[in-house]
Write a protein that binds this ligand. Structure first.
Ligand code: ZN
Length: 292
């Protein structure tokens, strides 16, 4: 608990500093180097969820029940956490827009239909926000068949629109078709013997395709790329920057230290939330490891 309190105090102090600078210095962005030096980073735990399925026998490393998610949200509410999305984090880093005193980020990967069925109503009930990273080809496919399986279906574009319109859910890019276990490329991994040019062209075509889909559908371009399987490559990152991404979400664990340096937005650490634990336990463990 002590570590959580310390995090809260730091976050609150940081918010006050940002507030003061904003009050005192018009266009405080120019003072970036000064306040980056003066100010402690905001420490935030980013939680990573996947499937939210009401059949308890399907709970595993990447699947939890809606009841388990509810308990996480109850804890966060009770402790006064404020949920943020990537737009908030980017706003803080680039423009100094304040974050809530105890920020936390809830992320959901793979764009499961059960996020709409089971997580979205809870977000509405608790008035909490979340980041959902979808796989383009899956949403295209399920939009055509319109098949609502709690176990394996993906979000349709219609459901994505509804969630987005609520203002509670921000959608991000988890690749168009690189999220496959068999056949094709495994995330951003390079194929054996593949040259840099060919590799980058292929990544750009795939990830860019989902950016284009978002643009066609909603006139937006996601700001953040979520690495499928957590596979990260330097040549892949070059392409992501070319495509205009401002941030990437990794799946290695740890505390996200938010500063006013743009580099902190790259490979943001996240912490998987498997069945058999809870948000409290994860947050306390991650914060304690940070202070060790
Ligand atoms: Zn994934």
């Amino acid at each position: 608990m002590k570590s959580i309190l310390r995090g809260a105090v730091i976050a609150a102090a940081a918010a006050v500093v940002v507030f003061l600078f904003h009050g005192a210095v018009p266009g405080a962005r120019q003072a970036g180097s000064l306040w980056a030096y003066e100010e402690e980073p905001v420490e935030m735990v980013v939680l990573m969820y996947h499937s939210i399925d009401s059949h308890e026998n399907r709970s595993d490393r990447y699947t939890i029940t809606p009841q388990a998610l509810r308990r996480d949200l109850e804890y966060l509410q009770k402790e006064g956490y404020g949920t943020v999305v990537m737009a908030d984090v980017i706003g803080y880093v680039m423009d100094g827009t304040p974050l809530p005193p105890k920020p936390v980020m809830l992320t959901f990967d793979d764009g499961f239909y059960n996020n709409y069925l089971n997580a979205f109503p809870l977000l509405q009930e608790f008035e909490m926000r979340a980041v959902v990273s979808i796989i383009g080809e899956e949403s295209d496919r399920f939009s055509l068949v319109d098949e609502n399986s709690e176990k394996y279906a993906s979000l349709t574009w219609h459901q994505i629109q509804e969630m987005q319109n609520s203002g509670l859910v921000e959608f991000q890019n988890h690749s168009y078709g690189l999220h496959r276990m068999n056949g094709g490329r495994h995330g951003l991994a390079k194929k054996w013997g593949e040259g840099k040019t060919q590799y980058q062209r292929s990544i750009k075509a795939d990830v860019g395709k989902l950016q284009d889909r978002f643009h066609e559908m909603f006139d937006i371009r996601p700001t953040t790329f979520t690495y499928p399987y957590g596979v990260v490559t330097r040549d892949g990152d070059e392409v992501l920057r070319e495509l205009g991404f401002q941030a990437t979400l990794d799946s290695r664990g740890g505390v996200f230290e938010v500063t006013h340096e743009e580099s902190c937005l790259w490979r943001i650490p996240r912490n998987n939330r498997p069945a058999g634990t809870c948000a409290q336990e994860i947050i306390e463990k991650v914060m304690a490891a940070r202070l060790r």
